[in-house]
Design a protein around this ligand. Structure first.
Ligand SMILES: *[C@@H]1O[C@H](CO)[C@@H](O)[C@H](O)[C@H]1NC(C)=O
Length: 414
C-alpha cells in the first residue's frame, strides 16, 4: 500500500516536472516535453554543482551535454553514415576546424564550399559533436561540398569579440585563393552558414567580408538558421509569445547575451524589461532604433496585438555593455543599409514558436529593403533548435523537413 502511494506520488511529481502546455501547432508534443525535461534537469544539476562550488555552470552543462551526444552518436555510427566523406581535424589561421571533403574527387571539376558555425549561445556545442557532424557529412556528400566547421572559442573562457574574431579569421583563411584551390573549390560557390548563435556569427562575418575590399573572394550566399541578431529589444512579439516555449526560454537567451557581452549576470531582470535600451541612452539614436523597429519591419500577421516596450528612463546606465550591444559585429541587425546592400543573397530559416523568430524576420525585411535577394523559409510548427533534432531518440519531423528545406535551397542556389 505504501509502495503504491510512493509510486503514485513519484509518477505525479515526474509528470508535473515533464508536462508543459504547448501550442497545438507543435507536433510530437510529448517528445518535445521529454527533451525539454532532460535539458531542464541538466540545467538544474549544473546550477546545483555551481552553487556547491564544484564547477563553473557552463562547464558542467557542457559535460552533461557530451553525454547526450555520445548516446546519439553511438546509435548513428551503427548506421554507418556517409563512409565516403573524408574528415580531417586541422587548423585554419590557428583556429581548430573540422573539414569534410566529399567522395567525388576534385580532379577537373570544382566543388562547392561552405563554412559552418555551430549554435549553443556562444557557450555550448561543438563543431564536431552531435547532429552538427551528421548534418555536415550530409551536406558534403549530397551537395558535393567541402564543409569547414569552425571550433571557435566559447564563454566562459572568452567573450565578445573573441568568438567573432575566431570565425572571421577562419573565414578569411578559407576564402584565400590558394586554400580554395587546394580543396578544388569554385570561388563563385562558397557559402557561410550557422544556426542560432552560429547564425549570428555567420551574419556578422558575411557583413565584414562583404565590406572588406582587401578580401578578393566573397561568400556567394549566407544561410542563417534561426539567427540571434540583436540585444536591444527582448520584448518583440516573438520574445513575448514564445517565452515559455522549449527549448530556448526567454531568460535563457537574455543570459546568453549577458555572457557573450561580458556583462554582469545580475542585469538579467533589467534587460528582460528593456531597461538597458531606454530612451535615456542617447547613443541609441532614432536611426538605430528604426533598424530594429518591429512595428514597421514585421508583417501584421506576426505583430498581432503586441505593443512595443520602450522605457523612458532606466534605473542606472550600463555604459560598458552598451558598446557591445551597439556593435554590429555582435548585433548584425543594427547594420546600415549601405553595408547590407553589399551582402550575399540569403536563406533565412525561422520558426513560429521561437523567441528569435522576429530577429530573423526583421533581417529578411532589412536585407530585402537593401536590395538583397532573400528566401525566407518559415516553419509554422517549428521551435528553436528543431534543425538539430534529426537523430533518434530526439528526432522531430519538423527538424527533418527544415534540414531538407535548407539542403534543397543550397542545392539550387549555391
Ligand atoms: C527599470 O527601470 C525603472 C526606472 O525607470 C525601475 O523603476 C525598475 O525597477 C527597473 N526594472 C528592473 C527590473 O530593474
Amino acid at each position: 500500500m505504501r509502495l503504491l502511494l510512493v509510486t503514485v506520488l513519484l509518477t505525479v511529481a515526474l509528470a508535473y516536472y515533464v508536462y508543459i502546455p504547448l501550442p497545438d501547432a507543435i507536433q510530437e508534443p510529448w517528445r518535445l516535453m521529454l527533451l525539454d525535461a532532460g535539458f531542464r534537469a541538466t540545467m538544474h544539476l549544473a546550477s546545483l554543482k555551481a552553487w556547491l562550488g564544484f564547477d563553473h555552470y557552463i562547464r558542467s552543462l557542457r559535460q552533461s551535454m557530451e553525454g547526450f551526444d555520445d548516446m546519439a552518436l553511438s546509435s548513428e555510427s551503427s548506421g554507418g553514415v556517409m563512409p565516403g566523406v573524408k574528415v580531417s581535424d586541422i587548423t585554419f589561421a590557428g583556429i581548430p576546424v573540422r573539414v569534410y571533403e566529399p567522395p567525388a574527387g576534385g580532379e577537373g571539376h570544382l566543388r562547392r564550399g561552405l563554412m559552418y558555425f555551430h549554435g549553443g549561445g556562444w557557450a555550448l556545442g561543438s563543431a564536431k559533436k552531435g547532429s552538427y557532424d551528421t548534418i555536415n557529412r550530409m551536406l558534403s556528400d549530397e551537395l558535393n561540398t567541402v564543409v569547414v566547421s569552425v571550433e571557435y572559442r566559447l564563454y566562459p573562457e572568452v567573450h565578445f569579440p573573441v568568438p567573432y574574431l575566431d570565425c572571421l579569421a577562419a573565414a578569411k583563411h578559407f576564402l584565400s585563393p590558394n586554400v580554395l584551390a587546394r580543396y578544388a573549390i569554385d570561388p563563385e560557390r562558397v557559402a557561410v552558414s550557422g544556426d542560432s548563435a552560429g547564425g549570428n556569427l555567420a551574419a556578422a562575418v558575411a557583413q565584414e567580408v562583404s565590406k572588406d575590399d582587401t578580401i578578393s573572394v566573397k561568400f556567394s550566399v549566407q544561410a542563417l538558421i534561426y539567427p540571434v541578431l540583436q540585444a536591444l529589444d527582448f520584448n518583440t512579439p516573438s520574445y513575448l509569445q514564445n517565452q515559455h516555449i522549449p527549448i530556448l526560454y526567454r531568460p535563457v537567451m537574455v543570459r546568453f547575451w549577458l555572457q557573450y557581452l561580458g556583462a554582469d549576470l545580475s542585469l538579467q531582470s533589467q534587460w528582460m524589461v528593456n531597461n538597458h535600451s531606454s530612451l535615456h541612452h542617447s547613443s541609441i539614436t532614432p536611426e538605430l532604433r528604426a533598424r530594429i523597429d518591429w512595428t514597421v519591419l514585421l508583417p501584421p500577421k506576426y505583430k498581432k496585438s503586441y505593443k512595443p516596450l520602450i522605457v523612458e528612463k532606466d534605473s542606472q546606465g550600463s555604459a560598458k555593455e552598451l558598446s557591445g550591444m551597439l556593435d554590429v559585429r555582435a548585433a548584425p541587425l543594427l547594420t546600415a543599409p549601405e553595408v547590407l546592400a553589399k551582402c550575399p543573397r540569403a536563406y533565412i530559416l525561422t520558426c513560429e514558436h521561437d523567441v528569435l523568430r522576429d530577429d530573423g524576420l526583421m533581417y529578411v525585411r532589412r536585407l530585402q529593403d537593401a536590395g538583397v535577394k532573400v528566401f525566407s523559409d518559415h516553419y509554422e510548427d517549428g521551435f528553436h533548435g528543431c534543425f538539430s533534432f534529426i537523430t533518434w531518440p530526439f528526432e522531430f519531423d519538423v527538424g527533418k523537413r527544415a534540414l531538407r528545406g535548407y539542403l534543397n535551397w543550397l542545392k539550387n542556389n549555391l
